[in-house]
Design a protein around this ligand. Sequence first.
Ligand code: DGL
Length: 260
Amino acid sequence: MSYILQKTHPIAVFDSGVGGVSVLRELIKIMPDEDFIYFGDSKNVPYGTKDKEEVRSLTISCARQLFDQGAKGLVVACNTATSAAVRVLREMYPYIPIVGIEPAVKPAVLCMEHPRVLVMATPMTIREDKFHRLMERYEEEAEIIPLPCPGLMDFIERGDLDGEDLHKYLQDLLYSYSNNHVDAAVLGCTHYPFARKQIQQVLGDKVRIFDGGEGTAREMRRRLEEKGLLRHEQRKGEILFENSLTDERKVDLCRRLLDL
Ligand code: DGL
């Protein structure tokens, strides 16, 4: 497949479900004049408890669909899909800017002298080599504690952002780290920023919380700028939400999350 990348074409943002909206909002903040297509694969969510080959093939087929719609760049706004497929996608589409997200371990490690850093992510992200390499890079500078959080994304996917069940789940999950037991926490799944307030409550108010959304958005802008593909116009961009589930409620939830 090859087509001419056009400045006026939209930027595609992809996630296994609604979580990537936490990255979309950062993209809109710094590129308000751009159009975006957000695609959530909620029909196949969760990705984080599947095996790598399955996530890779789901990601490739969603990316293909987005390129067929003329996207001038792709943000893989899913840590799990990034570790499974971003390298292959770049090989398949070398001329299209493709940016993935990974847990924001670096800023968390650098936030103070030898911090204790809790990294919350899906079981697959934590299992993958990409994450092990990231941990090895910083193991001298911090104590890094990986914590797989199966099930946490389900609350966000259901739009349950402030319920008692979520609070109870977090209290059980974070039991050993609560009351300022760690110095920093990394939200290594794009769904988790929507539970940030509750996570902060359980971990303690001194814990610094990081996510990779802003850094990923800046990287996409840099890549588009480099290729002369940024619009630089006085306009308000349009956002199109698509989902593999035809249920309109998913799209409504995405809009609600974006407005939070
Ligand atoms: N939002 C995805 C991530 O950033 C994971 C959610 C899932 O398990 O599908 O890893």
